[in-house]
Ligand binder design. Structure first.
Ligand SMILES: *Cc1c(COP(=O)(O)O)cnc(C)c1O
Length: 359
């Protein structure tokens, strides 16, 4: 089912960034945005692409008081053949609906949502940057928008898609990052919203993130909320370790975000013949492996960073260096293959790529 989309083009198109090496992440936005409203009577209605700009919001709106917000993060790529493509978009759309279900927000028709994404990307196709490593980041998000203060499931909601041309996620590029393992704050617990991509998870994570940053670390590695013992994930990435030739990644316990990049890495690793263990992995086991010289590589996976090598882990006063603070072989191979598929340099044998239009 496709949603009706009314298109109003801007009369004041902005200048596109000249120096694509300075794009950074999420600082520049395109000329247009998609908005669609929901209420119980009409369902999703009034889908529209309008000039990018502020949206009026009721001061009592649910999202402002009770944090009813979910989002997705995905990218449109300009391939070497100058086609504009998405990577596994249905995975993001399904996860958006899983998040919506958890927060009592209305679901979207999956095909209709894909059509919305393709439509806005095609309109903004000239904003998809050309330089290697760059892409057009898409941020679909939904929030509860009831204009009163009672606490109950949402009856009015808004779905928005904004687009931002982005460069490499980390200022350091693909150099290994320093990660601090957090032992006080927790991000999520079983039965909570850890598996949903919702703004509230991030709100709760900011304090630890700030503490880590002040101490010179790029991100926080979260432990499980009950035992503070098992590794869950890193800031906005899932995490994987190569220990004694095997790949270990935390299982999806309900408090871990099911990443599309994680899923894609697991598929590639298995095809390459690696044993991949999705299981509980304690911080003690990790450091035991590090001390015995069996921790060979560690990396994070996520759409924004793709694959991000971890060069140093810090925990309760001790720092551990991983793979001599160099990018490991498997980490590099995953990065090369995933980005190769995304940029059309490597044949897509998994049907992960969805073409939007010619560039
Ligand atoms: C989005 C996100 C990830 C990575 O998911 P991808 O689908 O690979 O981008 C990992 N952890 C958290 C907390 C996230 O929000």
């Amino acid at each position: 089912m496709k949603y009706d989309i009314k298109i109003t083009k801007t009369t004041e198109p902005k200048n596109k960034p000249q120096d694509e090496s300075k794009l950074g992440f999420g600082k520049v936005f395109t000329d247009h945005m998609f908005i669609m409203d929901y209420n119980d009577e009409q369902g999703w209605h009034d889908g529209r692409i309008v000039p990018f700009g502020p949206m009026p919001i009721h001061p009592a709106s649910t999202v402002l008081h009770y944090g009813a917000e979910i989002f997705e993060g995905m990218k449109a790529y300009r391939t070497v053949d100058n086609e504009i493509c998405l990577f596994r978009p249905m995975d993001n759309i399904r996860r958006l609906n899983d998040s919506a279900e958890r927060l009592c927000l209305p679901l979207l028709d999956e095909e209709g949502c894909l059509d919305i994404l393709k439509t806005i990307v095609e309109i903004e196709k000239d904003w998809v940057p050309k330089a290697e490593g760059t892409s057009l980041y898409l941020r679909p998000y939904m929030f509860g928008n009831d204009p009163h203060l009672g606490v109950h499931a949402v009856h009015n909601a808004t779905f928005v898609v904004i687009c931002s041309p982005v460069g490499a996620y980390y200022a350091e590029g693909i150099n290994p990052v320093k990660i601090a393992i957090e032992s006080t704050d927790v991000r999520a617990v079983k039965g909570g919203t850890g598996y949903a991509k919702c703004g509230g998870n991030y709100a709760a994570s900011l304090r630890a993130g700030q503490k880590a940053e002040l101490a010179g670390y790029t991100q926080v590695l979260w432990l499980d909320g009950v035992h503070r013992k098992y590794i869950e994930e890193v800031g906005s990435m899932n995490v994987m370790f190569k220990v004694d030739g095997k790949i270990i990644t935390p299982e999806l316990t309900g408090s871990v975000l099911p990443g599309v990049t994680r899923r894609s890495c697991i598929a590639l690793l298995k095809e390459w013949g690696y044993e991949v263990e999705e299981r509980l992995f304690s911080v003690q086991e990790l450091f035991e492996a590090a001390k015995n010289g069996k921790l060979e590589e560690a990396w994070g996976t996520g759409t924004a960073a793709v694959v991000s090598p971890i060069g140093q882990l810090f925990y309760e006063g001790e720092a551990y260096t991983v793979s001599n603070n160099l990018i490991g072989e498997v980490t590099q191979k995953l990065y090369d293959n995933l980005t190769g598929i995304q940029w059309g340099k490597i044949k897509d044998e998994h049907n992960w790529i969805v073409k939007v239009c010619n560039g």
